[in-house]
Write a protein that binds this ligand. Structure first.
Ligand SMILES: Nc1ccn([C@H]2C[C@H](O)[C@@H](COP(=O)(O)OP(=O)(O)OP(=O)(O)O)O2)c(=O)n1
Length: 179
């Protein structure tokens, strides 16, 4: 593989960028970050001492490169690389996205933390999202896209396109802004 993701991926603490470009340490109290212990069937949102909802976070690992390598081992052991060309992986990933959609269909809007979902439904969702991620990472590998670095570049572009001061509280697409 082309890269040593552990050095570049930025998911092991070298780079910490939140969705709006803020350093995590500068997030407001209402968005405090808490470790969740890495359970797949995560508990619903907890309240902190001030009675505010704590933001859900991921475990530190495995990294994208870890998952890419594990999936490469999985396919090598089965001689499945012959089937895992980019288009097949794309179709497989879209199929798994469909399986995620199935879990949400006919439920109407679903609130953060999925209140009312059973542990079994949550675990099913964790499986299907994992399938999507596994195929996404393998697709990126087979297309020689260094995804951990690409996502940093894309998030930088997103911040330029959507300056926080300009778009705060608005869901308009950037093309809808006049200036
Ligand atoms: N040719 C294959 C088949 C499977 N997998 C791996 C990647 C996915 O994480 C998972 C997908 O397995 P299935 O196609 O059996 O799909 P599901 O696990 O979603 O099963 P189902 O379709 O019954 O829900 O297994 C793979 O890498 N290559």
């Amino acid at each position: 593989m082309a890269t040593d993701g552990k050095k570049v991926c930025g998911l092991n603490g070298e780079v910490s960028v939140s969705s709006n470009g803020q350093d995590e340490s500068k997030l407001s109290k209402s968005h405090q970050v808490v470790a969740n212990g890495g359970t797949t069937a995560a508990p619903h949102s907890k309240l902190n001492g001030a009675g505010r909802a704590e933001r859900f976070t991921f475990s530190a690992g495995p990294t994208m490169e870890d998952i890419r390598r594990m999936q490469a081992e999985f396919t090598d052991e089965r001689d499945w690389n012959q089937f895992h060309q980019p288009r097949n992986l794309l179709l497989a990933m879209v199929g798994e996205v469909g399986e995620v959609s199935e879990l949400f269909q006919w439920r109407g809007e679903v609130a953060e933390g999925l209140p009312g979902w059973s542990d079994s439904e949550r675990e099913q969702l964790a499986h299907e999202l994992s399938d999507v991620l596994i195929y996404l990472l393998e697709l990126a590998e087979k297309c020689h896209v260094d995804l951990p670095q690409a996502v940093l570049r894309k998030m930088a572009l997103n911040r330029l396109k959507y300056p926080a001061a300009k778009v705060h509280g608005s869901s308009k697409k950037y093309t809808e802004y006049q200036d």
